[in-house]
Write a protein that binds this ligand. Structure first.
Ligand code: ATP
Ligand code: MG
Length: 355
């Protein structure tokens, strides 16, 4: 159940060409004086995997995959940061290093002053992790039994456990699900169950790796609201990996983009849109079929019966555009679609190549 099952057989930890000072065996490798601005700190962190590829009968070729390539950043206590990038970019590998599941091949990494891979158990008391693709809950047990086991595993004081459980059950609407075996839960229900499980011990940091993957719109909204409140009320530091830019748009003021193991951008989402000159899409449902909407700063890209799609610069707010359309057209419904991450990143490259 624990993510420790995720042992990394090809872990390449014997590389020593990094900047970490030699460890002192008599002193725990922690820095109690880390300031809140350096709550999470990575300096030139690398992860190299040794991969064996079969090339013929009894023959194989060794190859190295540099999943994370000299990444440096800091996250302040209480920040909520998006960590995005295309498939295979190195996001999950970074998160696994931040939890101590994987040991970096190089560089220096600290979370709350703790070296995750050396003091994984101690760090576990202070962090929570949700891997959207995989559950940390016991598959055959009712949800509540998983929570009871965590209560004991993390040695959570009874009153705190009861308070946290009540809060999660209420806010994540788990009341009717507590007695249901995890394998019978829908994806969205299971995800909410996993988020609660990650929070029962009051972690200061929550890592979320694709928490909204495969969820329907209603479940997404519920999960986002919960995370926003958690960050605002409890000051929990959140690092969020997602393929859904609207998660970032709604939750994170800061976003980091990783591609081929390298950090390509660190700043506000609007800045990313400006660099990539990306466009968002306003989907408008009118009362009836009408000619393409004629409005300043947006252009109609598709019409299907009473529904029209308008592209507008992503860095621009949708509100004035919506107001203008609502004033002149019989509007029934609308929604805003974010560009997909792959499109934003490829435009970012195109921009860099021409500038
Ligand atoms: N245990 C492993 N052994 C060998 N290679 C690995 C291992 N884990 C990850 N990789 C490789 O490292 C690279 C980064 O993978 P990672 O899972 O971090 O990407 P990601 O950004 O999370 O992608 P996705 O969006 O698909 O989840 C990929 O090329 C992947 O194949
Ligand atoms: Mg991943």
């Amino acid at each position: 159940m624990d993510s420790s099952q995720d042992t990394d057989h090809t872990d390449h930890t014997d590389r020593t060409d990094h900047t970490d000072p030699a460890p002192d065996p008599h002193r725990p490798d922690t820095d109690p004086h880390h300031p809140d601005t350096d709550f999470i700190r990575l300096d030139g962190v690398e992860k190299v995997f040794d991969v064996r590829k079969k090339t013929g009968f009894l023959r194989s070729e060794r190859r190295q995959v540099r999943a994370v390539d000299s990444i440096s950043f800091t996250v302040s206590r209480g920040e909520m940061v998006g960590y995005i990038g295309p498939n295979g970019a190195g996001k999950s590998t970074t998160i696994k290093m931040l939890t101590g599941i994987l040991t970096p091949s190089g560089g220096r990494l600290r979370v709350a002053g703790i070296d995750p891979s050396r003091e994984r158990t101690r760090l576990a008391q202070r962090i929570g992790v949700v891997f959207g693709q995989r559950t940390t809950l016991w598959w055959d047990l009712p949800l509540i039994d998983s929570y009871r086991l965590m209560h004991r595993m993390y040695r959570i004081p009874d009153t705190r456990y009861a308070e946290n459980l009540d809060r999660c059950v209420e806010l994540l609407q788990l009341g009717d699900l507590l007695d249901v075996p995890v394998r019978q839960l829908s994806l969205g229900q299971r995800m909410r169950g996993d988020i609660a499980a990650a929070l029962l011990h009051d972690p200061e940091v929550l890592y979320l790796d694709e928490p909204t993957i495969g969820l329907d719109v209603v479940s997404k909204v519920r999960v986002r609201e919960f995370l926003r409140d958690l960050n605002a009320d409890r000051g929990t530091t959140v690092l969020l990996t997602t393929h859904d830019l609207s998660d970032i748009e709604q939750l994170c003021r800061r976003v980091m983009v990783i591609d081929h193991g390298r950090l390509m951008y660190d700043g506000p989402l609007t800045g990313l849109h400006e660099i990539g000159e990306s466009e968002r899409t306003l989907v408008v449902d009118l009362e009836r079929e009408l000619p393409p909407i004629d409005v300043e700063s947006a252009r109609v890209v598709k019409v299907e019966g009473p529904r029209q799609w308008l592209a507008f610069p992503a860095a621009q707010s949708a509100a004035p555009l919506v107001a203008r359309i609502a004033a002149e057209y019989p509007l029934v419904d609308l929604s805003v679609r974010e560009p997909d991450i792959e499109a934003v990143i490829s435009r970012m490259y195109a921009e860099k190549a021409t500038s």
